[in-house]
Design a protein around this ligand. Structure first.
Ligand code: GAL
Ligand code: ZN
Length: 659
């Protein structure tokens, strides 16, 4: 395991570099990421490369036995390049170019970008292939599906559609373009979705997003191929931005050795917005799920975030260290903190690193050092361990995109709703693998497959076989609504999964913010957003509505199929409702759980053949108390016995060996 930092030597006087390298070494740093965004220094003029400054910086780190990851600089094309080759700039849906000045002003389908990216990556990889300190590469930075409407993208989109549909008739048919006279009579009429209306044909928009995502993935693959050809012994990774996004990360990371994530947990801890506590756990679980293996954190919170928003709170004492351990507890094998020094210039002056602008060591660097030395201490124990969870939660970029294209009801948000399910299990101390919805799930005891809006015959078959073989599956409302062209299918909901669900949805009510009630196992719980009025066929009703015109009708069911069972939740339950239901499901599945961990306390287990390491984290500013199931436990640092009931101080982390 490595602990490191992101460093931008080009932002600083070279006279500062040697001391920085020495101080990094003293802080326990074994790895530094360099050069992403430094294109204007690496190639100041067309085809004139200058790697001397980078050589000098790398030599200083190498002398301290610090290893290097080089980032390809393609997220920041220099001005000379953009001036000369204007097709580099993406074009928005009003046909306005995205001008340089920030970053990511590059269209993945621009031939000029490809040509110049090839040149610089060729030059860099040939130059550093033999350098003993360089161990791997990061492609670009946070590649996201561009919403680009330039001529190259328009042409490529057309070819993408031609490959998919072969004929225009097929496309017209699949998208249902007859509605509002949208039929195409020549390929030349097919453009990207211009004008930015949210009411474009949803089939058109979803395909454009698929195309945009594929363009991003193709650009990443293109970079990986150059790196692999020239540096076959180096790893290639990429740093993902976070969730949820249009880009299909499963495809984006196909050509990568492992996934890296940029992890900035919220320092505010006020509410359950995107940034709140459990967003972090979900981000890390999703990241581990991309390749279903351990990952790296390429950028980890080091100081007050700012720049893109007004600055948020400074990391509370203990937070930097606790979130470093949280990342490891959920599968990270190396943690690189962003960044060593806070920038003094440029847009990100207020996105703080370990050192403030004055550069003198302070509280945050001290905390980082503690973290780095702890990681070094437990390195042998943790290296080679991974998570083996019994529960899978299925996620899908496609479903997310389809729901965003057509919001379903007030408050219905696919990702938030998925997060609530994840959080229910996290609050019960249950480890969850969040994986792509198309994956094989046979290894899991319980699979939660929520909101499978777009149906897929192969997925339906996988789930059916899983259940027949003894698995427990949880399905929810808004399942089986559409086919893969984003067109409503013609059967009762939940479509292809209705058989194993043992139900059909007779009618539904998008209740939005109107709160409704369900009697679940005789307990009254709340629900909202959506109410499916279910007709059980072979399923047993375990929850009935207790409000509104559908009072008395089935809301939650369970159906026995082969050796397994299928639950169907016809609404979006409130937190206590989900907790109540999952307590029952987990008991049925014989999965160990804790009734209700204090909010912000997280458990995670990493293991190998010989040991089980339990991480217990308090990610709050308050004292918390946790009661674990009885078991023999020892503190990983001190070897002292650990009792089942623990009191945890703010941001306290306990790592224990379990028997
Ligand atoms: C990341 C990005 C970094 C830096 C950081 C802080 O998303 O990769 O380059 O911008 O955020 O804003
Ligand atoms: Zn483009």
């Amino acid at each position: 395991m490595n602990v490191g930092v992101d460093y931008y030597p080009e932002h600083w006087d070279p006279a500062m570099w040697p001391a920085d390298a020495v101080e990094m070494k003293a802080a326990g740093i074994t790895l530094v990421r360099l050069a992403e965004f430094a294109w204007s220094r690496l190639e100041p003029q067309e085809d004139q490369f200058d790697f001397r400054w980078l050589d000098n910086a790398i030599a200083l780190f190498a002398a301290q036995r610090i290893n290097i990851i080089i980032g390809t600089p393609t997220a920041a094309p220099p001005n000379w390049l953009v001036e000369k080759y204007q097709d580099i700039l993406p074009v928005d849906h009003h046909k306005h170019p995205v001008y340089p000045g920030v970053r990511c002003h590059r269209c993945y389908n621009s031939p000029s970008l490809r040509r110049h990216a090839l040149n610089i990556i060729e030059a860099l990889t040939r130059h550093y292939v033999g350098h003993s300190a360089v161990i791997g590469w990061q492609t670009d930075n946070e590649i996201a599906a561009n919403d680009c409407h330039c001529e190259n993208c328009t042409r490529e989109f057309r070819s993408w559609l031609q490959r998919k549909y072969l004929t225009l008739e097929n496309l017209n048919q699949a998208w249902g373009t007859v509605v509002w006279s949208g039929e195409y009579s020549a390929w030349s009429q097919v453009t990207t979705p211009l004008g930015g209306s949210p009411h474009h044909n949803p089939s058109f928009v979803l395909d454009f997003q698929r195309f945009s995502s594929d363009s991003a993935a193709d650009f990443n693959r293109f970079q990986a191929e150059i790196i692999r050809k020239n540096c076959p012994r180096h790893f290639v990774t990429h740093n993902l931005w976070g969730y949820p996004v249009v880009t299909d990360y499963y495809r984006l990371f196909d050509p990568m050795d492992f996934v890296s994530v940029d992890y900035y947990p919220s320092t505010d801890l006020k509410d359950d917005t995107k940034a709140a506590i459990y967003h972090g756990a979900l981000t890390l679980d999703l990241t581990r799920g991309v390749k279903r293996k351990n990952f790296w954190v390429m950028e980890q919170l080091s100081g007050t975030p700012g720049c893109w928003n007004p600055m948020s709170r400074a990391p509370w004492p203990g937070m930097i260290r606790a979130h470093g351990w949280q990342s490891i507890s959920r599968g990270a094998d190396s943690i690189i903190h962003f960044r060593w020094r806070t920038a003094r210039a440029g847009a990100e002056q207020f996105w703080h690193g370990l050192l403030d602008s004055h550069g003198h060591p302070g509280r945050r660097l001290a905390e980082f050092k503690t973290f780095a030395s702890e990681v070094a201490q437990l390195n042998d124990l943790i290296s080679g361990t991974r998570l083996h969870n019994e529960v899978a939660l299925l996620f899908s970029h496609e479903q997310n995109n389809a729901f965003n294209i057509q919001p379903q009801s007030d408050g219905f948000d696919y990702f938030k709703n998925l997060k609530q399910l994840h959080q229910t299990l996290v609050r019960q101390g249950v480890g969850v693998d969040v994986i792509n919805w198309t994956e094989n799930v046979d290894d899991y005891t319980l699979v939660v497959a929520p909101f499978l809006f777009l149906e897929d015959a192969a997925v339906a078959l996988t789930l059916e076989n899983y259940v027949k073989g003894g698995g427990t599956l949880v399905l929810t409302t808004r399942t089986g609504v559409k086919n893969s062209f984003n067109v409503c299918q013609s059967d009762y909901l939940p479509g292809l999964l209705g058989g194993i669900g043992g139900i059909r949805v007779e009618e539904y009510d998008p209740v939005g913010f109107d709160k409704q009630k369900i009697l679940l196992f005789k307990d009254e719980i709340g629900c909202s957003q959506w109410c499916d009025i279910i007709m059980p066929i072979t399923a047993k009703t375990i929850g009935v509505y207790a409000s509104d015109f559908f009072s008395g009708r089935s809301a939650v069911t369970v159906n026995a199929v082969g050796k397994g069972s299928v639950y169907y939740i016809g609404s979006v339950l409130d937190d206590s409702g989900y907790r109540r239901l999952f307590a029952d499901i987990l008991r049925e599945c014989r999965i160990e759980f804790i009734d209700d961990l204090p909010a912000g306390v997280e458990l995670s287990v990493r293991c190998d053949k010989t040991k089980r390491l339990l991480f217990i984290l308090n990610l709050t500013k308050e004292q918390q108390s946790v009661s674990l199931p009885e078991r023999v436990r020892y503190d990983a640092f001190s070897g002292e016995a650990v009792l089942p009931t623990l009191s945890l101080g703010p941001f306290e982390v306990r790592i224990v060996l379990e028997e």
